[in-house]
Write a protein that binds this ligand. Structure first.
Ligand code: DOR
Ligand code: ZN
Length: 334
């Protein structure tokens, strides 16, 4: 048996309505809280929308104790708006325009964001960034590092999160800027581009943004996470899309990993003989960086093999059909 104290998922997509009802309970069962992304069909870019979305999330996971940490979709906010938002959100999420699912309202002109970023620094509101340029797909994260550097250098007190990093180069930045942290997904610890597109058949359910990179990048991420790098936080980027939106011409980006996230992470850490680093990755690195005290919740895993279902409703999960060695102990059954 393994007990984790208040595990957190620091990057999550929950969607709305039926999809929200379907996916939210998986995260609420396994985690004490999660940072919820604002890229809904109509972006969550006002406090009214934050409040309504938060209510819908809480309703959808009422069976489990769980805190949704809300984010606002980046736009040119003024001081008054940010002062009002400060207590209601964990941070502001910035997407470059059009870079991924439902990001059309994102940033087009990075010079124009500076007054808002200065306010975030002054008010100590974290800035969470989907860091990809619009260059060649394998180079997008590396090209965006220049923007991260400028932000970290020009705003040394800004808490800046590189979301879902996929490259060894991004890790190097963390050492230079103590005001930065990064999230790492489960799938980017396991996959390279070969798994997505290198075989005889394309794997749409492994297609996501940022795209999985090289073996060297994946191995660097694994090493840093397994050794307990203090600036790395688990963020699943679990991003459900119905099968018809994945298995078609024009496949949506996103890997739905919520049901397997904690059991598979435990297996990875155990295989590397690094289980002692797991609590930092799934909880304390995030609580320290964000200065949050999550609700007191013990999540237990037991060594009991299970087979990941082929489908949860309309969605195919990451690792569908695989046998996993650890399973969650149902909190309602304890
Ligand atoms: O693969 C992705 N899916 N990457 C993102 O950044 C967004 C996400 C989604 O919302 O589907
Ligand atoms: Zn995401």
């Amino acid at each position: 048996m393994l007990a984790l104290h208040s595990p957190l998922d620091m990057h999550l997509h929950l969607r709305e309505q039926d999809m929200l009802q379907l996916v939210a309970p998986f995260t609420a069962q396994a985690f004490a809280g999660a940072v919820v992304m604002p890229n809904l069909v109509q972006p969550v870019d006002s406090l009214d929308r934050v409040a309504a979305y938060r209510r819908a999330i809480i309703e959808s996971c009422s069976a489990h104790p769980f805190t949704p940490y809300m984010t606002l979709f980046f736009r040119a906010f003024d001081r008054e708006e940010l002062v009002a938002a400060r207590e209601k959100i964990i941070g502001i999420k910035l997407y470059p325009a059009g870079i991924t699912t439902q990001s059309e309202a994102g940033v087009r002109d990075f010079e124009a964001i500076m007054p808002t970023v200065a306010l975030l620094e002054e008010l100590d509101i974290p800035l969470l960034v989907h860091g990809e340029s619009n260059g060649f797909v394998m180079d997008r994260e590396a090209e965006f590092l220049q923007v991260y550097k400028e932000l970290a250098r020009n705003f040394p007190r800004l808490r800046l999160v590189m979301e879902h990093i996929t490259t060894a180069a991004a890790l190097d930045l963390l050492d230079q800027y103590p005001n930065m942290a990064a999230t790492v997904t489960l799938h980017h610890l396991m996959l390279t581009l070969d798994d997505v597109a290198g075989g005889g058949l394309l794997q749409p359910h492994l297609f996501c943004k940022p795209i999985a990179k090289t073996p060297r990048d994946r191995d660097a991420l694994c090493r840093a996470v397994l050794r307990g790098h203090p600036q790395l936080m688990f963020g699943s980027d679990s991003a459900p899309h119905p099968r018809h939106a994945k298995e078609c011409c024009g496949c949506a980006a996103g890997v739905f990993s919520a049901p397997v996230a904690l059991p598979m992470l435990t297996e990875l850490f155990e295989d590397a003989d690094c289980l002692e680093s797991l609590p930092a990755f799934v909880s304390s690195n995030a609580t320290r960086f964000y200065g949050i005290t999550p609700l007191d919740k013990t999540v237990r895993l037991q060594r009991k093999t299970w087979r990941v279902p082929e489908n949860y409703g309309s969605v195919r999960p990451f690792l569908a059909g695989s046998q996993l060695r650890w399973s969650l102990v149902d909190d309602a059954a304890r």
